[in-house]
Write a new protein. Structure first.
Length: 409
């Protein structure tokens, strides 16, 4: 049986996602991704003529991130003109979905060598006018299936599950502590690719977002962030997020608890993974780092929106013929602190196996890239610990979650 093998993974550091302030904000998103693609091809001795596709997750496909960024990044990387590229959008799950699609192509026998990953320049997306998002709304669908602001969803879930402000803040502080320890000990260095501008001047070689001085007491003193969104008008008819919520949860008194310190950071970044068939890898003398044992996507309640990672993990282990006890390490995107907390609670997981090097609360969440970045982070940590099996998953808007299980070779 053909297998999909991970040959290598790489990513950029994450820069603060503010226009003109973040270290990466001046670079074109095509160049940000091509930096990673070029590095992966060079250090693995890959002839780009053999690449069947460059599958790229990009959430906001507008402005500089439009016009099939995947193909443009492949050209910018100097790949052969015969290498195609594609951009896809599954909201926050875009980067991991790109890996899943690549694995499907390889296992099916239709492809042998695929570069898959993602990019998001949130410093750029902040400069875009919001009209294109409002114009995309299907008003009839919104009335039938309300989908509110994700930050309010996080507070709704915490309220419904009885998850306390203290628990959220302690997870946020622990994310910062673990990320700082990982950075100081060089745990991310294998995958990190420095980013340079067109003049070959260094822009960023280290994570820019973390705040290692953060403590639980500091987080406990922050004001909740999302209560003001409840009354925010979202269309010309005067509809608010609150009106959407009340149509489904008329009696729910939301306990607003998430703050900027317990929500994912706004950053720029890119990541990619080389996925090859076992036949191709063997024929070309490639040394694989891992095999992909499961590749799934599930959907759950689109109103609460953030609860699908648990069902995704369960489906992935079932597909792989495993149990959760077979998984050594878990990576789940810290979109909001409640997401990993509910994930661990529902699956009865040991917190010492989940996001062991911190997560998006400390490191940031470049939406289209995060899934690919987490897959590489997971693989690096499995190797560092000489562990075998890891699972990566993340929530995505619309109530979705992709998941993947990798096993070291």
């Amino acid at each position: 049986m053909r297998e999909a093998w991970i040959i290598d993974a790489a990513r950029t550091p994450r820069g603060i996602g503010k226009p003109e302030k973040g270290a990466l904000s001046s670079i074109h998103p095509q160049r940000l991704l091509s930096t990673v693609l070029k590095t992966l091809a060079q250090r693995n001795g890959i002839d780009s003529k053999d690449i069947d596709d460059v599958v790229t997750g990009v959430n906001t496909q507008a402005g500089k991130q439009g016009l099939c960024l995947g193909r443009m990044a492949a050209l910018d990387a100097g790949f052969a003109q015969t290498v195609p590229g594609v951009s896809l959008d599954r909201f926050c799950g875009s980067g991991l979905t790109a890996l899943n699609f690549a694995a499907m192509g390889v296992v099916s026998g239709f492809q042998d060598l695929v570069f898959a990953g993602g990019v998001e320049m949130m410093s750029h997306t902040q400069t875009l006018k919001r009209e294109f998002m409002l114009d995309s709304q299907n008003l009839d669908l919104r009335k039938r299936i309300p989908q509110p602001h994700q930050g309010i969803c996080a507070d709704m879930i915490a309220t419904l599950e009885g998850i306390t402000r203290e628990a959220l803040d302690r997870l946020g502080a622990e994310s910062q502590r673990r990320a700082h320890e990982a950075i100081e000990n060089g745990y991310f260095e294998r995958s990190l690719v420095p980013v340079r501008d067109d003049k070959n001047e260094l822009l960023l070689e280290r994570e820019e977002y973390p705040r290692p001085q953060t403590t639980y007491d500091i987080l406990a003193g922050l004001k909740p962030a999302f209560e003001p969104f409840f009354d925010r008008q979202i269309d010309e008819e005067g509809t608010t997020f609150g009106a959407l919520i009340r149509s489904v949860y008329p009696d729910l008194e939301i306990n607003y608890q998430h703050t900027a310190g317990t929500s994912s950071g706004v950053v720029d970044g890119a990541g990619a993974v080389v996925i090859a068939s076992s036949d191709y890898a063997n024929a070309h003398g490639m040394k694989p780092r891992a095999r992909i044992r499961a590749s799934v996507t599930v959907a759950d309640d689109p109103v609460l929106m953030l609860n699908a990672p648990g069902p995704a993990a369960k489906k992935a282990v079932e597909q792989a013929g495993m149990s959760l006890k077979d998984i050594d390490l878990f990576e789940i995107n810290e979109a909001f602190a409640v997401v990993p907390l509910k994930f661990m609670q529902d699956l009865d997981l040991d917190p010492e196996t989940v996001n062991v090097n911190g997560g998006a609360i400390a490191l940031g969440h470049p939406i289209g890239a995060t899934g690919a970045i987490l897959a590489g982070t997971l693989l690096d940590e499995l190797e560092r610990r000489d562990a075998n099996v890891g699972l990566v998953t993340m929530c995505a808007a619309g109530g979705m979650a992709p998941a993947m299980i990798i096993e070291r070779i």
